[in-house]
Design a protein around this ligand. Structure first.
Ligand code: NDP
Length: 287
């Protein structure tokens, strides 16, 4: 009886001792948000604007980025600017970071959020697609991190990596996407270990998201998934809180993300069958 009781007391102490988020934490901070023309990235830009951050956003579609920047200025951003280009090109990924150096004089938070287009369905065997998706969803994240590290070391800043439950547990119908998200976990969790060993005070927050109501995700999966999508504005705010509080991992939403992970190592087959039961399999096209 004593051991579980002590466990509960320790858990309560741990959670109550945790710092709480205040919007002032991000006031005046210099932040890059990738994939910010739509979806969760766009919502993160608006939250940051309300908190008074300096924002540099990027994606491919210039017309959308222009509108997001205008809105960020209306909402009170300390400054807002964009650079358009594709993350298939590592030189572009590095160029975005250099722009933060030139125009913001440094960087406090690097939010890696963009995601390349993939398909929802049985794996089609296209190796070239996996290579391309790895470049966009993984290698460009690495390239930006490498370029940003000198600035982040100086500011003792943060790297926020937006990933997915599909990067922690095997999900059907998103094989190429899942592969890129698992790669992010491997790279950034290992890098975090080295930062500890080398006393590098740059936090890495890996964000594990469930199903979120962005246009892309609803279009791809709303018809097939039996779970409701969570609101993207709330999700965006939770990501920013997790980054500002320097969490190692952020789970949104908790019930649909972290709890299955408890099953992963002790009852993997049960978890896999639970995952499969969340799909309307009759609505998936033939492989
Ligand atoms: P969206 O499709 O709404 O946004 C993706 C962003 O990435 C857009 O701004 C898009 O802009 C940009 N982008 C796409 N291709 C490229 C490219 N080649 N180069 C540069 N930018 C590109 O996605 P979400 O908001 O739904 O997802 C955001 C993050 O959250 C992703 O990392 C995703 O994996 C993760 N996530 C989302 C979930 C969900 O259910 N929505 C669930 C789990 C994780 P443009 O087309 O103009 O380039």
């Amino acid at each position: 009886i004593l051991i579980p009781f002590l466990g509960l007391v320790l858990a309560f102490w741990f959670y109550s001792a945790r710092e709480t988020f205040k919007p002032e934490m991000l006031k005046g901070k210099r932040v890059i948000v990738t994939g910010a023309s739509t979806g969760i990235g766009e919502e993160m830009a608006y939250h940051l604007a309300r908190m008074g951050s300096h924002i540099l956003i990027t994606a491919r579609t210039e017309s959308k980025l222009q509108k997001v920047v205008e809105r960020c200025r209306e909402l009170g951003a300390a400054s807002a600017q964009y650079i358009s280009g594709t993350m298939e090109d590592m030189a572009f990924a590095e160029h975005v970071v250099k722009e933060a150096q030139t125009s913001l004089g440094g960087l406090d938070m690097l939010i890696l959020n963009h995601v390349g287009t993939s398909y929802f369905g049985y794996f089609d065997g296209d190796v070239g697609h996996i290579r391309k998706l790895l470049e966009i969803n993984f290698l460009s994240y690495v390239a930006m991190t490498v370029s940003a590290l000198p600035m982040l070391k100086e500011s003792e800043g943060s790297i926020v990596v937006v990933s997915s439950m599909a990067g922690k547990v095997g999900f059907p119908f998103t094989v190429p996407y899942s592969a890129t998200k698992f790669a992010l976990d491997g790279f950034f969790s290992s890098l975090r270990q080295e930062f500890h060993i080398q006393n590098i005070n740059v936090s890495i927050t890996l964000c594990i998201l469930g199903f979120i109501d962005t246009e892309r995700a609803l279009h791809a999966a709303a018809d097939v998934l039996l779970v409701p999508a969570a609101p993207r504005a709330e999700c965006a705010l939770e990501i920013l809180k997790g980054g500002a509080l320097r969490y190692r991992e952020l789970y949104y939403r908790y019930g649909s993300t972290r709890l299955p992970l408890l099953l992963r190592d002790c009852a993997a087959e049960l978890l896999e069958s639970m995952v499969r039961s969340r799909y309307r399999l009759d609505r998936i096209g033939p492989g």
